[in-house]
Design a protein around this ligand. Structure first.
Ligand SMILES: [Zn+2]
Length: 263
């Protein structure tokens, strides 16, 4: 694995912004089954957004967060998703360098960002995102492994996916109110990537997810003055996975675990 040149990181940042704008379209339209094609519209007055007002982040700042037609505020969530996706892509570029492994990693982090926002807003994870990405990821991971001359490595990924899915499947069946099946299906995808690098990362990722989920869950409970409301676990599973992947070098080094140089 070589180091990503600065020009590559800049490219990933800009590409991440553009794909982040597409993620906003997915987040707004896919839960309702709306088509992903056609121009975006103002959430308030439904005027189509003109192309020069659709530059990621920049347009929102230039318009001071308001629609050009009706002047109503456009939620800061839109530029935040674009920025977050750019940060995730640059982070993946720093960790994986200019390698074949980077391609499926970019798909994963963008998928997890979109699913997390949808889960925070609607308390559900969409099968119509999880399943196609799961299938595509197996193909991309198999291809990346083969191109790096290590074709059987895809087996570790598949085992990781099955292991993480089964591990979360047990509590989901014992206490269906605590963990949704959407989380279990998401774990298939997370385990695929974690197992590809090393199965122990599944454990690290789950520890990070539970730690973050419990701390934030308690804070939310205090903020709502004890009123119990649904609390999505998907975003914490996703964040735990992304952190375990991006910081896999120091995590695995500290346990003297070697992984192939290309991962
Ligand atoms: Zn408007």
């Amino acid at each position: 694995m070589g180091e990503m040149p600065v020009v590559g990181l800049v490219g990933l940042g800009l590409g991440g912004l553009v794909v982040g704008a597409f993620l906003n379209v997915v987040i707004v339209r896919l839960p309702d089954g709306d088509s992903l094609l056609g121009p975006s519209r103002c959430p308030e007055c439904e005027t189509p957004i003109r192309r020069r007002d659709a530059i990621p982040v920049l347009s929102w700042i230039l318009l001071r967060g308001r629609c050009r037609s009706c002047g109503e505020p456009i939620p800061a969530g839109y530029p935040l998703v674009e920025l977050a996706n750019a940060v995730l892509w640059v982070g993946a570029g720093l960790r994986f360098g200019p390698s074949w492994a980077l391609v499926p990693m970019l798909v994963l982090v963008s998928t997890l960002l979109a699913q997390s926002v949808i889960d925070l807003e609607l308390y559900r994870l969409l099968d119509k995102i999880t399943f196609p990405v799961l299938g595509a990821s197996v193909v991309l991971i198999a291809a990346a492994s083969a191109l790096e001359g290590d074709p059987t490595r895809v087996g570790m990924a598949v085992l990781g996916g099955v292991a993480y899915g089964a591990f979360l499947g047990v509590p989901a069946f014992v206490m269906p109110r605590g963990m949704g099946l959407g989380d279990v299906k998401l774990a298939l995808l997370l385990g695929l990537f974690l197992g590809w690098l090393h199965p122990v990362l599944i454990l690290f990722s789950l520890i990070i997810a539970c730690g973050l989920g419990i701390v934030v869950g308690l804070l939310v409970l205090v903020a709502r003055r004890g009123k119990s409301e649904p609390f999505p676990f998907g975003p914490w599973l996703a964040l735990g996975c992304v952190l375990a992947l991006l910081f896999s070098d120091p995590l695995l080094d500290s346990y003297l675990i070697d992984i192939p140089a290309w991962l």
